[in-house]
Ligand binder design. Structure first.
Ligand code: AMP
Ligand code: ZN
Length: 114
């Protein structure tokens, strides 16, 4: 499958990994929009939030667990951070392998900016 994040899971495309376990990988975003900007992805290819199946909610819990761990390990847990999932065209999704952005390290702007 021609999916850039599946290739990161396989290791055929390099990434700066923050953590990895049997369920998920977290790595630094190549174009950071905040001082800390890490992406957490399930190893399983799920295209978007719309494609999360009934059997995937445990895995989605692992994604959130890893996001919490990333915040702790990058030192932004106490200062605060934002988790973002872009879904679909109007949500601004560019890469169709589900991911959660973990962003922090500065005071982030309001969510109502377009
Ligand atoms: P989204 O708009 O939610 O689909 O976000 C996709 C994100 O993936 C963007 O923030 C990109 O900068 C990031 N990205 C794309 N390719 C790579 C890559 N090879 N390594 C790390 N981050 C990437
Ligand atoms: Zn994929």
């Amino acid at each position: 499958m021609d999916c850039i994040f599946c290739k990161i899971v396989e290791g055929t495309i390099p990434s700066k990994k923050v953590l990895e376990n049997e369920h998920v990988v977290a790595f630094h975003d190549i174009q950071p929009a905040a001082p800390v900007h890490v992406l957490v992805i399930p190893k399983k290819h799920i295209a978007s939030m719309n494609d999360v199946g009934q059997d995937d909610w445990g895995l989605m819990g692992e994604v959130l667990r890893a996001a919490q761990q990333v915040a702790q390990e990058t030192g932004i847990a106490e200062s605060g951070y934002r988790l973002v999932n872009n879904c679909g065209a109007e949500g601004g999704q560019v890469v169709y392998h589900l991911h959660v952005h973990v962003m922090g390290g500065e005071k982030l702007g309001p969510l109502n900016s377009k």
